[in-house]
Structures are given as structure tokens and as C-alpha cells.
Unconditional design. Structure first.
Length: 422
């Protein structure tokens, strides 16, 4: 009897994580993607204008992201991330010129905040205690509902952090989704919240090593393989209709559908998942030389961007919840963001606009509002051979790389469980 085949549809991070987990258990996996490459929204590309390899979007990773750590260790890329030796988050207020560094305490109790030296300039202890409201946030409460109030901490820390994590304006972003991030990183002390970035690029960390691992495990990878329809029976998915051919599923075959929420909704009957999305705009600037004293990561206050990332001589800016900005012309965006980069990196005030590249992801993530969170589906479906994966499913986390990888692992584990009980 032929071994069951598991079709993983979608080679973004969630699909790669599912395929890696299945291949790790010696399952027979076929990985499909409609594009000519893997990685989805998490990949690198060569830009001819900059003459540099850049990421299509910047992703801030924290050392407490356990699923990312497990994934990278499995595919042999555990050393592909880099960051400061200690957990530190530098900030610059573009309006006042002030700079400061947030350094979490070693233990779970934030003694430096309680006694003063670790506070953001101008803030008071009571502003920090509002964070406790996140732990018991109601299903309809937003970030602003829980954390805003008198004092500058909201503007100087919570807002840039929340918008960067949730890619949703604080007025509508779900407070409940930020709490697990705080709990698993800042809530565990300094060792769990060291900021990390891909040393070379996202593809070199998350994509290429995974494809090499899958190839070594005998996984078949099919690019430019678009799914046109899923053919369902009463209890099972019977066949997958690809452009140009139909794959009939055997009685023990399984499918992991790891595509964006809006694509899944078009393929799966009755799937009423989140549809609304928010954009992320990334701007990449090639500097004349790598700044000698600049930090690899700087948070920005009172500007357009939330974060500046520095890798060699390329400075990259991330603007989350950027629907309005994404509608502007690329050259206007570059001219708007360059002064913020210049200030963040302490470059000369007369430094002219260098070569740049704007990357717009107009549907970067689902809108992470309370209403959208309630619509995130579980991985199980009513068909016994189909499971869902993706950062938009009900992971309990925001739509991040960590959430995507956890969803892929969970989908793979459900497939293995169903096969063992068949």
C-alpha cells in the first residue's frame, strides 16, 4: 500500500514550517506554490537600483520567539540571526531630538521601572502599571482603551511597539493580541526579549535553509503551481484542481492549506475568515558608507516610520498600518522618510537623498481588530483530510513570523495525529 502523501499548498513561512515538521517525521510531502519562489511575504530579493540584496519587508524577531528558534534549529539556520549582545531598544523622538534606550530587567520583575532608572524619559510608574490591563483585556478592548492615558509613555513606547507588532492603528487594534507577546518576551526578562534580525536576509534565514532541508528529506517542491479549485465531497477533500491538471487524493492523503486568508476564503466553502487587511511600507536606502556609530535598530517617535533597521550600508525603514502612505507615489514616500533615517542614524543634515527602493505590501497582514480576531478560524475544518495554516488562523498570537510558524507546526501535528488514528 502506497504511503500517504501530504500536500502543503503555499510555501510561505507557515507552509514551510508545516512541510519541515512533516518531513522531520519522515512523512511524504509535496509542497506547492503559485509563485516561482518560496517565502511569500518573508523573503529577500536583489535590487538592481541599490545593487544590494534586500528583504521585501523588515521583521523584528525577539529571542523569546520559541517557534522561530525551533524552526531555525531544525533547518540548520540557528546562527543566521544577529542583534545586540544585550536586550536594548534605542528610541529617538523626532520632534524633540531626545534619545533613550529601553533595557528590560534580567528577571521577571521590572525593578528598574519600579525604582526609576529604567523608565522612558518623562514617564511615571503609574503609566507602566496600565500594562496589567492587557492581561485581562476584554474581547472588544483596543490598545488605546487599555494603555492610553495621561503621560508620554503611550506615545513614546506602547504605540510604536503595538503598531509594529499588530500592523493595525492603536484605535482599532486588539489589546488581547498584544498580551501574549508581552508575556512571552518582556514578561520573561532580558534573555527573552533581545531584538534579532536576519544576518544576511530573510531568505537566507527562513527560506533557503528550509528548502535545502526539505530537498534532503525527499520532499517534492512544485513552484508556479497554482490551485484553481478544491473539489470537496461530503466528508473529505477529494481532489485538487491545479492549472492544467487535477490531483485526486488517496484515502490516506492529507492537505495543509497555507495560503492567505482571502485566498483560502475563495477555495473553502463556508470559510468566513478575516478579509480586511492593512499595508506595510518599507523603504530601503543605500548609504555612501556604513555608519560607524549607528545602532542596528532604532525606534522612532513622532514620525511616519516606527523602526529603522541597519544592515551594512543599507538603512531600511518600516511603516506599519500604512494604508494611506501606500497610496502615495514612491518618490514622495522616499523623500518623506529619508529625513527620519538621517536623524535616526545621526547622519549630516545636508546628506542628500541616496539611492532608494520602496516596497509596498498592500495586504501585508490581516487587520488585527477585535472583530477580525473573532473570525480567525481554527486549523481543523469539517473535512477530515484538510487543515489550515497561516498567521491569520486562530493561533492566539498576532499575525507575525512566530504566529505563522506555530500555525504550520500545529497543522502538521494535526495531520500526523489524524494519520495515526485512521
Amino acid at each position: 500500500m502506497a504511503a500517504p502523501r501530504i500536500h502543503v499548498i503555499g510555501a510561505g513561512v507557515a507552509g514551510l514550517a508545516a512541510a519541515v515538521r512533516l518531513a522531520q517525521g519522515d512523512q511524504k510531502v509535496v509542497l506547492h506554490d503559485s509563485a516561482g519562489h518560496a517565502g511569500g511575504r518573508c523573503r529577500s530579493l536583489f535590487d538592481s537600483q541599490l545593487d544590494r540584496r534586500i528583504d521585501n519587508g523588515n521583521h523584528l524577531i525577539l529571542s523569546g520567539n520559541r517557534a522561530i528558534r525551533d524552526y531555525l534549529e531544525t533547518v540548520g539556520a540557528a546562527d543566521s540571526l544577529t542583534g545586540p549582545a544585550d536586550a536594548s531598544f534605542p528610541f529617538r523622538d523626532l520632534k524633540t531630538g531626545e534619545t533613550w534606550v529601553v533595557r528590560p530587567d534580567e528577571g521577571r520583575v521590572p525593578w528598574s521601572v519600579l525604582f526609576g532608572p529604567g523608565r522612558v524619559p518623562g514617564t511615571r510608574l503609574g503609566e507602566y502599571l496600565r500594562a496589567l490591563r492587557l492581561a485581562c483585556a476584554g474581547p472588544d478592548e483596543t490598545i488605546r482603551d487599555c494603555l492610553a492615558g495621561s503621560g508620554p509613555l503611550f506615545e513614546r513606547f506602547w504605540e510604536p511597539l503595538a503598531v509594529g507588532v499588530l500592523n493595525t492603528p492603536v484605535e482599532t487594534a486588539s489589546a488581547k493580541l498584544l498580551w501574549p507577546v508581552i508575556k512571552e518576551t518582556f514578561g520573561r526578562g532580558r534573555a527573552a526579549c533581545r531584538p534579532l534580525m536576519a544576518r544576511v536576509g530573510l531568505s537566507e534565514s527562513f527560506v533557503d535553509p528550509a528548502l535545502d532541508y526539505l530537498k534532503a528529506k525527499g520532499t517534492e517542491v512544485r513552484f508556479n503551481d497554482r490551485v484553481r479549485a478544491l473539489n470537496f465531497g461530503d466528508e473529505r477533500l477529494d481532489a485538487i484542481d491545479f492549472a492544467g491538471r487535477t490531483e485526486t487524493l488517496g484515502p490516506d492523503d492529507r492537505v495543509v492549506l497555507a495560503v492567505p486568508a482571502w485566498t483560502a476564503a475563495d477555495l473553502v466553502p463556508g470559510l468566513d475568515g478575516p478579509r480586511e487587511a492593512h499595508a506595510i511600507v518599507n523603504a530601503h536606502f543605500r548609504l555612501s558608507a556604513p555608519p560607524t556609530s549607528a545602532l542596528p535598530l532604532v525606534g522612532l517617535i513622532c514620525g511616519t516610520a516606527q523602526w529603522v533597521f541597519l544592515r551594512g550600508d543599507v538603512a531600511s525603514v518600516t511603516v506599519s498600518a500604512a494604508d494611506a502612505l501606500a497610496a502615495e507615489a514612491n518618490d514622495a514616500i522616499a523623500r518623506k522618510l529619508w529625513p527620519e533615517v538621517r536623524a535616526a542614524l545621526d547622519l549630516p543634515a545636508d546628506a542628500g537623498l541616496p539611492p532608494w527602493r520602496i516596497v509596498k505590501e498592500k495586504r501585508a497582514t490581516i487587520a488585527q481588530t477585535p472583530a477580525a480576531d473573532r473570525r480567525r478560524p481554527p486549523p481543523r475544518t469539517r473535512w477530515d483530510n484538510l487543515v489550515l495554516a497561516g498567521d491569520w488562523t486562530a493561533t492566539g498570537l498576532p499575525a507575525t513570523i512566530e504566529g505563522a510558524i506555530r500555525s504550520g507546526f500545529r497543522a502538521a501535528d494535526l495531520v500526523v495525529t489524524s494519520l495515526s488514528s485512521a
